[in-house]
Design a protein around this ligand. Structure first.
Ligand SMILES: CC(=O)N[C@H]1[C@@H](OP(=O)(O)OP(=O)(O)OC[C@H]2O[C@@H](n3ccc(=O)[nH]c3=O)[C@H](O)[C@@H]2O)O[C@H](CO)[C@@H](O)[C@@H]1O
Ligand SMILES: C=C(OP(=O)(O)O)C(=O)O
Length: 424
């Protein structure tokens, strides 16, 4: 097994290229199986374990995938003849739920094993199911498999989401783009990855309007075709580097970003005393003093993203004064706090609220990446801690960050992947 060894106390400086967005890419690959003719070429794909896993799942369904260049894949879905996604890989990631919408649109039927993903609280899919049922599908759950069938294909419907859900919004868009008639999603998620998937589907010939607002209108079309597309940059990877730059009182320029997508993160960092300069597709983050504590509430886009809460909690743990974090999306997204406490942080959690009294310095020890962004939080902690930090369970980090140690090391960090024997 492997763990990360971080020698703390080095200031980050230089340039880092941000990869394609995980949460857009994991929806775009399943969307590509909807092409009735032609091949999809998808660029700016992050080289992360979730994408490797998804490529394998789609390949097992019968698609031909070729990855001749780094960060690029061509998908020819003409060989897909099955609506059954039963393999173990499906359980390893959250986004495999998009196969439900995609297979349902392609064949009028889908069977997908329950998805996995980060353990950050209950992760229901009732809103996805409600959407499919409104469109005429019969959905059952049997022995851990979600089964969705239609007698005569999907029909357009009006769907009001009870909660703002990224997954349900995208899944309903996938199902609706070839349905008979018009589907309206109200109270839709507005995240950049929702817009990116809609843009991709429209490039394939779909008719989706309003993505990025809370009402999305999808007029079903008969035919979708292959296309060339480039995934948007990863807002959460970018936010992680911005926070690490601030925490180490460094000076880092992020390349290949969309500054607009980072506004809620930039605004908080500015409030904390960090300097930010935005370019067209780059952003410079620099800071030469200890940051000030602030309050944060995670919210759907354009609010502060839950996926950046955990690394931000690390920064707040060494910021001056008291900070309050309100995690309003996931009730189990404070597992990193116990690990930060092992490094000396002063944080109390009650329900959805964490109260943080900033300390001067964290001290290195062995900690665990309990989930993907908890892993990012531990990396930021290790970068600023006194002495060495070992992070175990790094498979979570590899699900969502490309070459994380190389990217940080090029900025002056010292992170090594070391092998160890599992004692259990
Ligand atoms: C692969 C992917 O894109 N993962 C992201 C996606 O997860 P995911 O799509 O799972 O998250 P959702 O946006 O669906 O969940 C948001 C909230 O809605 C609730 N809910 C969701 C669906 C449902 O059917 N019923 C329901 O009650 C959830 O419990 C949660 O409280 O969006 C989350 C919120 O931005 C991010 O943290 C994840 O990184
Ligand atoms: C929670 C996340 O991922 P997933 O939904 O894939 O578990 C994340 O990207 O922060």
């Amino acid at each position: 097994m492997e763990k990360l060894l971080i020698e703390g106390g080095r200031r980050l400086s230089g340039k880092v290229v941000i990869s394609g967005a995980k949460n857009a890419a994991v929806a775009i690959l399943p969307a590509a199986i909807l092409a009735d003719e032609g091949i999809c070429k998808i660029d700016n794909l992050p080289e992360i374990d979730d994408i490797k896993c998804l490529k394998k799942i789609i390949g097992d369904l019968g698609a031909e995938l070729l990855s001749e260049e780094k960060g690029s894949v061509t998908i020819n879905p003409s060989g897909i003849k099955t609506h059954l996604a039963h393999r173990d890989e499906v359980k390893r990631m959250r986004a495999s739920y998009y196969l439900l919408g995609a297979l349902l649109a392609k064949f009028g039927r889908a069977e997908v094993v329950f998805p996995g993903g980060c353990s950050i609280g209950v992760r229901p899919i009732d809103q996805h199911i409600k959407g499919f049922e409104a469109m005429g599908a019969k959905v059952t759950i049997e022995h851990g498999i979600i089964k969705a069938y239609t007698e005569n294909g999907l029909k357009g419907a009006n769907i009001y989401l009870d909660v703002v859900s990224v997954g349900a919004t995208i899944n309903i868009m996938l199902a609706a783009c070839k349905a008979d008639g018009v589907t309206i999603i109200e109270n839709a998620a507005k995240e950049p990855h929702v817009v990116d998937v809609a843009n991709f589907l429209n490039t394939m010939g779909a008719n989706i309007k309003g993505a990025g607002t809370d009402v999305i209108k999808i007029t079903g079309v008969k035919h979708l075709k292959g296309c060339d597309y480039s995934v948007i940059p990863d807002q959460i990877e970018a936010g992680t580097f911005m926070i690490a730059a601030a925490a180490t009182q460094g000076d880092v320029t992020l390349l290949n970003v969309i500054p607009k997508h980072l506004e809620s993160i930039s605004a908080k960092l500015i409030e904390m005393g960090v300097d930010i300069e935005e370019g067209e597709d780059n952003i410079r983050v620099y800071c030469n003093r200890r940051t000030k504590g602030v309050n944060i509430k995670t919210l759907p886009y354009p609010g502060f993203p839950t996926d950046i809460q955990q690394p931000m909690t690390t920064l707040l743990s060494i910021s001056e004064g008291r900070s309050i974090v309100n995690e309003s999306i996931w009730e189990g997204r404070f597992k990193h706090v116990d690990e930060l406490k092992r490094m000396g942080a002063n944080i109390k959690v009650e329900g959805k609220i964490a109260v943080i009294e900033g300390i001067e310095k964290l001290s290195g020890t062995e900690v665990m990446a309990t989930d993907l962004r908890a892993g990012a939080a531990m990396i930021v902690a290790g970068l600023v801690a006194d002495g060495n930090t070992y992070i175990t369970n790094i498979k979570h980090i590899d699900r969502g960050y490309e070459n994380i140690e190389d990217k940080f090391n090029k900025l002056g960090a010292s992170i090594k992947r070391v092998k160890f024997e599992d004692e259990n």
